[in-house]
Design a protein around this ligand. Structure first.
Ligand SMILES: Nc1ncnc2c1ncn2[C@@H]1O[C@H](COP(=O)(O)OP(=O)(O)OP(=O)(O)O)[C@@H](O)[C@H]1O
Ligand SMILES: [Mg+2]
Length: 174
């Protein structure tokens, strides 16, 4: 990539990013995916249309999921799996809203996936499971900014995800 290419986003203070287009969101997520070694957990928080699936599409590219595998929100099936350099388990728990308490890690198969060292887990609407997923993860908070723009705020918990976040912040290029 040449230095002359237009920038696709802006680094923001306090370790976050202003993403100026869906392409910027996917590029940044791809850079994160490329750093994954297996066992990472990404919790995607943000309103409807804030870019959670868009981010996971980029993450999938960075995990080596081929472009021919179209990544969409598994809103009705809850779970989709993609094969790449590492496996990507993608959950969208939105449909379970209102069933808080009934949904749990075991019933969704999430307990096994959390422990899978060959896979990366990405969950949209993780708050529906309360704190069950929460101990070791990189939470990606997305919110609407201007037209076509999103704020991204990362919050890491646990050493593995803290190290990953600092590496990502160092290599992220816009
Ligand atoms: N900077 C941006 N980053 C990501 N998406 C953006 C951006 N600007 C505009 N968009 C648009 O916002 C929409 C984001 O949709 P996406 O499905 O990723 O959201 P979501 O958070 O997964 O929503 P849901 O909660 O319904 O699953 C897309 O249509 C995308 O083109
Ligand atoms: Mg989505």
């Amino acid at each position: 990539m040449s230095n002359q290419e237009p920038s696709v986003g802006l680094a923001m203070g306090a370790g976050g990013f202003l993403l100026t287009s869906p392409i910027a969101t996917q590029a940044l997520a791809e850079q994160l995916g490329a750093l994954c070694q297996g066992g990472e957990v990404f919790l995607l928080q943000g309103d409807l249309g804030s870019g959670k699936t868009c981010f996971i599409q980029g993450l999938a590219r960075g995990l080596g999921v081929p472009a021919s595998s179209r990544v969409t929100s598994p809103t009705f099936t809850l779970h989709a799996e993609y094969s790449g350099r590492l496996r990507l388990n993608h959950f969208d728990l939105y449909r379970l809203e209102g069933e808080v308490g009934k949904a749990n890690l075991a019933s969704l198969g999430l307990d096994d996936m959390l422990l899978d060292p060959e896979a990366v887990l990405a969950v949209e609407w993780p708050e529906i499971l309360g704190t069950a997923l929460g101990t070791e993860a990189l939470t990606i908070q997305l919110s609407h900014a201007g037209e076509g723009e999103r704020w991204l705020n990362p919050v890491a918990a646990g050493n593995k995800h803290r190290d990953l976040l600092s590496l990502w912040q160092r290599v992220a290029h816009f």
